[in-house]
Design a protein around this ligand. Structure first.
Ligand SMILES: *Cc1c(COP(=O)(O)O)cnc(C)c1O
Length: 386
């Protein structure tokens, strides 16, 4: 029996050749492949600057630093995300505020964001959950009216697009985020092993991200080439040329990866459509804003566990016995002991994210999954109720 994980990278011989070539002939770090990867990515998402870094968390950290977010500032994010979207605010000494999600998109709900706006908020970290773009035009309106930066955590959403007022925009290449971050961890849609990137159209923010990526070092004198200055504390968040060679090769295939994920999503949607105990990701059609291409990173269903008479742990173990790996995205971040202890946040604060969490389950979704495996997943899920 095949063991199917919930997510997995897809590496082919072109990827292996690209990496081998660098190992034999190239710079290992700080070389031309880094710049080439940044340029290709900038072109792909339609932005002016891309700064590639060691991982998606590092990208969020220096995005906040570049935006001068620090002590006394509040940063608001979604409770339905990976820890990093909130932790980045803690790294810079800022405080974390959560705002609840929309029950259809599972993204930050702009209405609640505006209603529960915390005085002193200087940045919004908007997470494109599962690959679905947030309503960025509306989030940006709310944030900009209140003088806050907009950081889009697009770790799930490389290649996603949305339509606003009849025009299509790409995640990473639209005017409603000051900085957009990506992750290239192996479970994400494309990989560099570990890796991340920041996209921005803003020259000054881009330059700050570059400097912060490498210890805060700046070359300030053309006539004294050895000379550098550090005026601000930076980090070693560099990515290697080996990783960027892999990233370039993966980027060539990204649209095919996305297409494949879309096909799998369609098959799941069809298979589970008429069951009253499982609900699939819903598309929603607001008038001014809607997704035009969701580059699905996760396929998350909501299961009514009481209806099938099994709890989630039992369901996961039953599926695992049939070779189907599943995962839970996400435990609401405000209920983590760290955030509970530090801020007094608790279960009950973000009821929509919490009730979503009670029912969510992520099924296998990755571009290397084969037809037989998709059928295996569908059968195993439908057999949960007999
Ligand atoms: C994966 C992920 C990150 C962090 O990326 P890493 O590359 O693992 O550091 C940040 N935000 C979200 C929503 C993620 O899924």
């Amino acid at each position: 029996m095949n063991m199917i994980p919930y997510g997995q990278q897809k590496i082919d011989t072109a990827d292996v050749d690209a990496v081998t070539d660098i190992l034999q002939n190239g710079w290992l770090t700080c070389g031309p492949k880094v710049t080439e990867f940044e340029n290709h990515l900038a072109e792909y998402v339609g932005t002016k600057h891309v700064i590639a870094v060691s991982n998606g968390t590092a990208a969020l950290h220096i995005a906040l630093l570049a935006a001068h977010i620090g002590k006394e500032d509040w940063v608001v994010t979604s409770p339905n995300t990976f820890l990093a979207s909130a932790n980045c605010a803690e790294y810079v000494g800022a405080q974390v505020w959560f705002s609840d999600i929309d029950p259809v998109s599972y993204n930050l709900d702009p209405v609640l964001l505006e209603k529960n706006w915390k005085k002193g908020t200087k940045a919004v970290v908007a997470v494109d959950f599962a690959g679905r773009p947030c309503n960025m035009p509306e989030i940006a309106r709310i944030a900009r009216e209140r003088g806050a930066f907009i950081i889009e955590d697009a770790a799930h959403a490389i290649g996603s697009r949305f339509v606003f007022e009849d025009k299509e925009y790409k995640v990473g290449g639209h005017p409603w985020a000051d900085l957009t971050t990506f992750s290239f961890h192996p479970v994400k849609t494309m990989t560099t092993g570990e890796g991340g990137a920041i996209a921005t159209d803003n020259d000054e923010l881009a330059e700050r991200c570059r400097v912060l990526r490498s210890h805060g070092m700046q070359k300030t004198r053309a006539d004294e080439p050895w000379y550098y200055e550090m005026s601000e504390l930076g980090y070693n968040y560099r990515i290697t040329d080996i990783q960027c060679a892999l990233g370039l090769s993966q980027l060539n295939k990204l649209d095919r990866f996305i297409q494949k994920r879309q096909e799998i999503t369609d098959r799941y949607n069809k298979a589970f459509a008429d069951r009253d105990w499982i609900s699939c990701p819903q598309l929603f059609k607001q008038s001014a804003f809607k997704s035009s291409r969701i580059a699905w990173h996760l396929y998350v269903v909501q299961i009514d566990f009481s209806k099938i008479g099994k709890n989630r742990a039992e369901v996961m173990s039953e599926l695992l016995k049939k070779g189907v790996g599943t995962q839970v995205h996400y435990i609401p971040v405000h209920t983590q002991p760290y955030y509970q202890n530090k801020y007094g946040y608790h279960t009950g604060n973000q009821p929509i994210a919490e009730s979503y969490y009670e029912k969510c389950l992520s099924l296998p979704l990755f571009s290397g999954i084969c037809e037989v495996e998709v059928a295996q997943v569908i059968d195993a899920v439908l057999e949960l109720i007999k």
